[in-house]
Design a protein around this ligand. Structure first.
Ligand code: S3P
Length: 430
């Protein structure tokens, strides 16, 4: 793929598309199938760099995975059957791979080392190593296990009750996966509910897990049984085109077969609160994860919205594209309580503020968010992705409403979650 792309103001976006399979659910399908007993079939798996890091990790741990056309066949080895990897496991750019693996490997009685690219090596891991140590896991790593590379000496774990100081599905999932292999019961208490794909999938595989509001309990005596998973489309990838339709005059876009799990649809609520009527049609025949089609038509006059801490988990990955919507909405759009964005694949607050300012935007930056008074006009500029897929895609949509040409560099990062992004964008531009 080329490293940069030049985009100009678009006439409008029209048509239908199928977004790529959900990244979070694809990771979990490999994790849970690999530690189950028996064969699992994963349909519509996301073939992109992040989930591939998870696939390669489990292959290195001895799991037999066959990649057929649009289906993975995974012969689970049970948690006890994973084998010591012969080399360091490279989680590449994927925080989900590393954090969930730390939970799994904590309970495996062998030695392993996890590393990643320069972005991942600077992302905080104490949020998982600290509670896992309370379960008696042993780690060595940079800054005492705060940053990768991290070495794990797995062994016997003890269940704990843990109140999470931050809302994070990665931390929750890591602890639940460790809890599967611990003596006694593990209880995780969330501050704000985060995406619950792990809980749902563990149930599908027969785990003894119970969810009561923000409190999730799992027993260490669990045996998982192989199952069949069909991954829905990724709402976080669809968000770019839904926003594009709301922003570019005359547009109408239908996104098909998108995951509509309530812990992920905060962006649709935000769009609707801005006045962009996102029409949702839910499919009747989904099993564990709801899915359906979404249609967004351009309307003149988006309205500003205010988002606070309790709103963030359900739209955490949609912040970059929300900033672009805020630029066009009438009034002050404010996002607060979102300091977690500073430790994503890039510092997403700094990256969006800096790049959109290059395009003429006036944005106020806070430690935990932004304020944007709209509507504002943008002009084309040379901007960069900071190696972050979601920044690359958000800037691409911004360039469709900017005067003149925008050159975006670092676009190969879209391969992390949405390899066909630019093909889909070109197809929809009229
Ligand atoms: C993810 C959870 C979120 C999200 C990330 C994927 C997951 O991170 O930002 O892209 O698959 O569990 P946190 O759990 O750290 O908020």
């Amino acid at each position: 793929m080329f490293e940069s792309v030049t985009l100009s103001k678009a006439g409008c976006l029209k048509g239908e598309l199928r977004p790529p399979p959900d990244k979070s659910i694809s990771h979990r399908a490999v994790f849970i199938s690999s530690i189950a007993n028996g064969t699992s079939y994963v349909k519509n798996f996301l073939s992109a760099r992040d989930p591939e890091a998870t696939l390669n990790a489990f292959k290195a741990l001895g799991v037999d995975i066959t990649e057929r056309k649009n289906e993975l066949v995974i012969v689970g080895r049970d948690l006890k059957g994973l084998k010591e990897p012969a080399d360091v496991i490279d989680c590449m750019n994927s925080g989900t791979t590393m954090r969930l693996l730390l939970g799994v490997l904590s309970g495996c009685s062998f030695f392993s080392v996890l590393t990643g690219d320069s972005s991942l090596r600077n992302r905080p891991m104490a949020r998982v190593t600290q509670p896992l140590r309370l379960m008696k896991a042993e780690f060595m790593g940079r800054e005492d296990g705060r940053y990768p590379p991290i070495a794990v000496k797995g062994g016997k774990l003890t269940g704990i009750t843990y109140k999470m100081p931050i809302s994070s599905a990665q931390v929750k999932s890591s602890l639940l996966l460790a809890g599967l292999n611990a003596e006694g019961r593990t209880t995780v208490i969330e501050s704000v509910k985060s995406r619950d794909h792990t809980e749902r999938m563990l149930k599908t595989f027969g785990a003894n897990i119970s969810v009561d509001g923000l409190r999730i309990k799992i027993d260490g005596t669990n045996k998982l049984t192989g199952s069949e998973i069909t991954v829905p489309g990724d709402i976080s990838s669809a968000a770019f085109f839904l926003a594009g339709a709301a922003l570019v005059a005359g547009s109408e876009v239908v996104v098909k077969s998108v995951g509509l799990n309530k812990t992920r649809t905060g962006f649709l609520d935000a769009l609707n609160n801005m006045g962009a009527n996102a029409a949702v049609h839910i499919d009747g025949d989904h099993r564990d994860e709801p899915q359906g089609d979404i249609c967004v038509k351009y309307i003149d006059g988006l309205k500003a919205i205010t988002l606070g801490r309790s709103d963030i988990p359900a739209l955490i990955d949609e912040f970059p594209i929300l900033c672009v919507l805020g630029l066009r909405a009438h009034g002050v759009t404010e996002v607060r309580g979102a300091e977690e964005l500073r430790v994503k694949e890039s510092d997403r607050i700094k990256a969006m503020v800096g790049e959109l300012r290059k395009m003429g935007a006036v944005i106020e930056e806070y430690p935990d968010g932004v304020a944007i008074e709209g509507p504002q006009e943008l002009h084309g500029a040379a901007v960069e992705s900071h190696g972050d897929h979601r920044i690359a895609m958000a800037l691409s949509i911004a360039s469709l409403i900017a005067k003149g040409q925008t050159i975006i560099s670092g676009i190969s990062s879209v391969e992390i979650s949405y390899p066909g992004f630019f093909e889909n964008l070109r197809r929809l531009i009229v």
